[in-house]
Design a protein around this ligand. Structure first.
Ligand code: PEP
Ligand code: MN
Length: 337
């Protein structure tokens, strides 16, 4: 940690700051510049609250040098985490496509969509059976029946399954049907849920919260990792900003930012990030170009009648087109898809 003192700091204030730092357990190194004194405080603990120093008299700025997350960090593990499920590897050279409806609605819907996405090259079938809806009056999902249909469709077309778990008491049930647990944006900081999923053995996709920083996202990943489950992938799905022309603002630069800070795979979700069908293909192309290890895209055979997120669902023929385009982009950056 680096502590920059105010320009006119007095001897008493300086002594007091050094004493506090030592009491907090730091060893302190003083550098006197022409205008300002800078203290290097060595030995910061991951949970140290830097505000304890920021509020001391005579302190101008405090900078943390080491990251507050450990297991998720690139400095802890240099090589990329690869998550292997059957013959699918997430976080390797191949860019993985996850596709399917927003919600599982009925058998013919999920079967039709699974066939389309499997034939076009998707490896993982998505679909919500328990839906986190903004309105309590909106469709809340089919529950176990939805899980059953999703598994059936995935098995028929040789796909893996990802589905959202909203609360801890659903973990055992969903574990029987899914290959990957999805933690939704709204639950990114549901710490009891993160802890409980950290004790499971299946891979987890953690979606970035609507107003979460990259550091917040990595701290949430740390909850899962520190409870034992190391198979975590992160998902950029757009954040809330002042811009209203898209549903959320797709934070594309989060992809290379996370790759530098962390060894965990990064999936991009251009469907929830933009909320509009005609913006999904361009942003999917951009995400692959930016280095995403996978894409998650919503597809529907009859989006006008979809029970959730119809306006952002790609039509089957658009999904086929998207696959062709992102495969070509992947090739340019020496990746397969
Ligand atoms: C979803 O992927 O189905 C979903 C609800 O997304 P998010 O949690 O990102 O809003
Ligand atoms: Mn959706």
């Amino acid at each position: 940690m680096v502590v920059v003192l105010e320009k006119n700091v007095g001897d008493k204030q300086l002594e007091n700051v050094i004493k506090h730092l030592e009491d907090f357990g730091f060893s302190v190194h003083k550098s006197t510049g022409i205008e300002q004194i800078v203290l290097g405080a060595i030995g910061v603990k991951p949970d140290f609250d830097t505000r304890k120093v920021k509020i001391l008299d005579g302190v101008a700025e405090v900078y943390r040098i080491t990251e507050p997350f450990k297991l998720a960090s690139r400095s802890f593990q240099k090589t990329n985490t690869e998550i292997k499920i059957g013959d699918v590897i997430i976080g390797g050279n191949e860019v993985i496509m996850i596709a399917g409806p927003c919600s599982v609605e009925n058998e013919s819907q999920v079967m039709t969509i699974a066939e389309v996405v499997a034939k076009a090259g998707a490896k993982i079938l998505r679909g919500g059976a328990f839906k986190p809806r903004t309105s309590p009056y909106s469709f809340q999902g089919l529950g176990e029946e939805g899980l059953h249909l999703l598994r059936k469709a995935a098995d028929k077309y040789n796909l893996l399954v990802i589905t959202e778990v909203m609360e801890s008491n659903q973990i055992d049930l969903i574990n029987d049907y899914t290959d990957i647990f999805q933690i939704g944006a709204r639950n990114m900081q549901n710490f009891p849920l993160l802890r409980d999923l950290g004790k499971t053995t299946k891979p987890i996709m953690l979606k970035r919260g609507l107003s979460a920083t990259v550091e917040d996202l990595l701290m949430s990943a740390e909850y899962i990792l520190s409870n034992g489950n190391k198979q975590v992938m992160l998902c950029e799905r757009g954040i809330r900003t002042f811009e209203t022309s898209t549903r959320n603002t797709f934070d594309l630069s989060a992809i290379p930012v996370i790759h530098k800070k962390s060894h965990l795979p990064v999936i991009a979700d251009p469907s929830h990030a933009t909320g509009l069908r005609d913006k999904v293909i361009p942003m999917a192309r951009a995400a692959v170009a930016a280095g995403a290890d996978g894409l998650m895209v919503e597809v529907h055979n009859d989006p006008e009648k979809a029970l959730s997120d119809g306006p952002q669902a790609l039509l089957p023929e658009q999904f086929v087109d998207l696959m062709k385009q992102v495969k070509a982009i992947a090739q340019v950056i020496s990746r397969t898809m």
